[in-house]
Design a protein around this ligand. Structure first.
Ligand code: C2E
Ligand code: MG
Ligand code: MG
Length: 248
């Protein structure tokens, strides 16, 4: 059994490298809606891998492997370049959000690909948002915090993704000023239950007090949307508005 697992894993690594070389990856975009204006304010770029034999492989399956073999670095460069070039063609009030791997921040010049993508695409820095998960901060070295400050000074917005899961310490919000907090889908899913509602309300108020916008992830029903307005959340994203779709 171990032998066959290992072989499957090796095959996945090999296919990933081939897919990158052959430019088989695709980006899809999911709208984020402002609850104040009811208009789309941004699109999140999400990576897709249509495998020639196994069909669509979800990012949760292949990104961890790409991180382990270091391929996430060139993949992220490609994502940034593609998403910025795409966003340049959109109306000016619409931003694009890109997910960054924590691996990115363990390298020597973590901002270089971001600045490069902005320069090449001529997308203004304030139209780019980067989404980070708390794993970036787990081993928060001074260099990481400095890099993120530098990124914000440059005009790029920084969002904390999947907030409320894992170790999400409140101290991260103090040590690093985010522009945006994305409330994890599991809490939105739980709306209607007292505990989940209390948590969403707390995060929304906290965001407002700290001048950070709050985004509800995974909004699927009108009831959830109405509740989110009531609780003071500022933006929403989910299948209720649209699934992630190709740019066209
Ligand atoms: P994420 O950044 O939290 O992205 C949101 C995920 O929730 C996406 O899954 C999206 O399709 C899904 N989603 C959105 N609305 C709904 C909804 O209403 N209901 C449900 N059930 N799901 C919803 P996806 O595209 O499979 O991506 C999964 C994760 O993979 C992302 O979570 C992100 O962490 C990672 N990922 C995706 N693209 C990239 C990338 O380009 N770079 C890196 N480093 N990570 C990426
Ligand atoms: Mg995200
Ligand atoms: Mg998320």
């Amino acid at each position: 059994a171990m032998d066959s697992d290992l072989r499957a894993r090796r095959a996945l690594e090999r296919d990933l490298r081939t897919a990158f070389a052959k430019e088989e990856f695709k980006l899809v975009y999911q709208p984020i809606v402002s609850l104040a204006t009811n208009r789309v304010c941004a699109f999140e770029a999400l990576l897709r891998w249509p495998h020639p034999e196994h069909g669509l492989i979800p990012p949760d399956k292949f990104i961890p492997v790409a991180e382990e073999i270091g391929l996430i670095v060139p993949i992220t460069e490609w994502v940034l370049k593609t998403a910025c070039a795409e966003a340049r063609r959109w109306p000016q009030h619409i931003r694009v959000a890109v997910n960054l791997s924590p691996v990115q921040f363990r390298r020597r010049h973590p901002l270089q690909p971001i600045i490069h993508a902005l320069a090449v695409s001529k997308l203004p820095a304030n139209r780019l948002e980067v989404e980070l998960t708390e794993s970036v901060f787990l081993q928060a070295e001074k260099a990481t915090v400095e890099a993120l400050h530098e990124l914000r000074a440059f005009g790029v917005r920084v969002a904390m993704d999947d907030f409320g899961t894992g170790y999400s310490a409140l101290s991260y919000l103090r040590n690093f000023p985010f522009d945006k907090i994305k409330i994890d889908r599991s809490f939105i899913n739980g709306l209607g239950q007292r505990d989940a509602e209390a948590i969403v309300e707390l995060i929304s108020r906290l965001g407002a007090r700290l001048d950070m916008s709050t985004v509800a992830e995974g909004v699927e029903t009108d009831e959830q949307l109405a509740k989110l307005r009531e609780l003071g959340c500022s933006e929403a994203q989910g299948y209720l508005f649209s699934r992630p779709v190709p740019a066209a």
